[in-house]
Design a protein around this ligand. Structure first.
Ligand SMILES: [Zn+2]
Length: 432
């Protein structure tokens, strides 16, 4: 008898847990951004169950007595994606990258580094960025550790697509280290020595369960760079494991080489020539333009020690970036939004990262095109276009809401995030 009572209790308890997990929620959206079609739809309902979106309908489809989240006063978007982050790296504007890197590698323990990264990770959720592609400068797979801790629920943060250490030629991006200390570089980069070594490097990364491979096509201002054959070897091996490869590229030549080697995306691409952009469009290689707005650059300039009347270079920087972005769009290159913000400018990392929206807007991109580059197009670049960056049946329930007019007042509206749901769980609900 006692056994039967216990058995009944177990059944009742497990049913209660089941119903809590599989609870139906209906989100009423005044405006809903359809990221695939790049249009805004009026008065839609998103039916969410557990961590997934069941369907999209109209208000009349809501059953009586259903649990409703009322976002009729807001614009509802898929959770945003930042396709270029360094969650485990931070430096001051006045610091030299190389000296700071060596200082961190020798004086910041992995434990402290990861805890600091955990705090930064949470700040992305606060501003509606529910996924990030984290592209190196993260020690020996600390990005993978952070991703796993988030996925298992130990800490809160965005979905992380982790690259592990960047694959690069001799010295990596850390220039000026004497020969006897080159072993320090191996704590931050996977240095590639030839075509066979490139294959081994990819296998090591697969073994550590990375989501994407990041290479440095050039190491400017360190003068070494990977050969086309080494990059080809990385791309082919990565492809055999279903992993995409993205290439950091500052010079036009390195981007050209990386595209010849078959990479999926170019990061930065500050100096891309028209011919290279044409090739990118032909081969469907996406571009992650990691620019910043005027406001950000002015704060950065002052923190870096420039006088107020010594900031003219910001104008030419903005003109150059606008020109490159416009040419890329005209040629038909897919634009994927990425911040690359790792400098401490006095706000949280998440708040700093969304400066990319302001920057793209200032450079002439249309509001909905910017949204698409941070949702659907970004998900496409991850081969996750049915899971994230979209609000449709069977996608993950990564849903946010913003206050304001997204088309006529884009910059302020995208920064007024009032609701954040990731994987069906509500992290922010600041509704009035
Ligand atoms: Zn970067």
């Amino acid at each position: 008898m006692q056994k039967i009572v216990i058995l009944l209790l177990i059944i009742i308890c497990s049913q209660t847990i089941l119903s809590a997990q599989q609870k139906d929620t209906y989100i009423k959206a005044g405006l809903l951004y359809d990221s695939e079609q790049n249009v805004l739809l009026k008065n839609k309902v998103i039916h969410v169950k557990s961590n997934k979106i069941v369907s999209i309908g109209t208000y009349s489809t809501i059953p009586n007595g259903a649990e409703i989240i009322d976002l009729t006063a807001y614009t509802v978007l898929p959770g945003l994606i930042d396709a270029h982050t360094h969650v485990l790296f931070s430096q001051d504007a006045s610091e030299d990258f190389s000296e700071h890197s060596i200082h961190s590698l020798t004086m910041e323990s992995d434990a402290v580094r990861t805890l600091r990264g955990a705090k930064r990770a949470k700040s992305y959720l606060d501003v509606g960025i529910t996924s990030v592609k984290d592209l190196g400068n993260s020690g020996l797979f600390l990005d993978v550790a952070l991703r796993d801790a988030i996925n298992e629920g130990t800490i809160e943060g965005p979905r992380i697509f982790a690259s592990g250490p960047i694959m690069a030629a001799t010295g990596g991006q850390i220039y000026g280290v004497s020969p006897k200390h080159q072993n320090l570089i191996d704590l931050e980069y996977r240095i590639i020595n030839g075509v066979e070594d490139a294959k081994i490097a990819v296998r090591e990364h697969v073994n550590q369960n990375v989501n994407v491979i990041k290479i440095c096509a050039d190491n400017i201002p360190n003068n070494t760079h990977l050969s086309i054959d080494e990059m080809k070897s990385i791309v082919q091996t990565a492809d055999s494991y279903g992993l995409s490869v993205v290439a950091h590229s500052i010079t036009n030549q390195s981007a050209w080489n990386a595209i010849q080697a078959g990479v999926d995306g170019i990061e930065h691409g500050f100096k891309l020539a028209d011919s290279t952009l044409t090739l990118m469009a032909e081969k469907k290689v996406f571009l992650v333009p990691t620019e910043n707005s005027r406001a950000y650059m002015e704060i950065y300039g002052k923190l870096a020690g420039y006088d107020n009347d010594d900031l003219d270079w910001i104008d030419s920087y903005l003109v150059r970036m606008r020109n490159r972005l416009t040419r890329a769009i005209q040629k038909g290159v897919a634009i994927v939004a990425g911040s690359d913000n790792y400098t401490d400018i006095g706000s949280t990392r998440g708040a700093s990262s969304r400066d990319m929206f302001r920057a793209y807007f200032e450079a002439g991109m249309k509001p909905l095109d910017i949204l698409q580059s941070a949702t659907y197009t970004s998900a496409l670049s991850l081969n996750k276009e049915n899971e994230i960056g979209v609000i449709k049946s069977d996608a993950k329930a990564d849903i946010i809401a913003v206050k304001g007019n997204i088309t006529t007042d884009f910059v302020d509206t995208i920064e007024q995030v009032v609701f954040v749901m990731k994987d069906g769980k509500v992290y922010l609900s600041n509704l009035n």
